[in-house]
Write a protein of this length. Structure first.
Length: 170
């Protein structure tokens, strides 16, 4: 566990505790577009804000998935190891999220994410998400709809890229 926490905190710049400043960031995030304004205050105790320095890893492929991150400011690069080669998957910026699959299924990370620039993130731990589900099921269901919407968009993009690459081989 200490190893996981050390890995999570690598690149950590600072934690900003003010609830009002975090709530002001929610509308910037795609995953929260389904929330009602009253939901922001309800979910506040389940989230916190972190900042990562450029060049630091936020997630590493194959590690335990106990967090989901929402990019409030900055850019990150998603990559995956394929036959020992690092393959670029995507560049993500403000409004995008990371780690949504691990938040839902608790499985290991499927890719690595590195900060291209300084990143401001909102973090949701899996155990806090489970508490949100128990404490405020309607609010949590709107978060799940947001996550499902993002996963659907990602799957559509992946399918499009795969189809384009497959057709280019013909």
């Amino acid at each position: 566990m200490a190893c996981r926490l050390a890995e999570f905190s690598e690149g950590l710049k600072k934690q900003s505790p003010t609830a009002q400043s975090i709530q002001a960031l929610f509308p910037k995030l795609e995953v929260f577009k389904f929330l009602l304004s009253e939901d922001y205050e309800l979910i506040e105790p389940y989230r916190f804000r972190y900042q990562y320095e450029a060049g630091k890893y936020v997630l590493k492929e194959g590690t335990h998935g106990a967090y989901m991150f929402f990019i409030v400011d900055g850019e990150a690069e998603v990559s995956q190891l394929v036959k020992e080669n690092k393959v670029f998957i995507a560049k993500l910026g403000t409004g995008r999220s990371l780690g949504e699959m691990s938040l839902l299924d608790g499985k290991a990370r499927s890719a690595s994410v590195k900060a291209i620039s300084d990143l401001t993130l909102i973090v949701l731990k899996r155990k806090d998400f489970q508490r949100l589900l128990a404490d405020h099921p309607q609010t949590a269901s709107r978060v799940v709809i947001g996550i499902a919407s993002l996963l659907s968009a990602s799957l559509r993009d992946t399918t499009r890229v795969f189809s384009e690459q497959t057709l280019s081989l013909c």
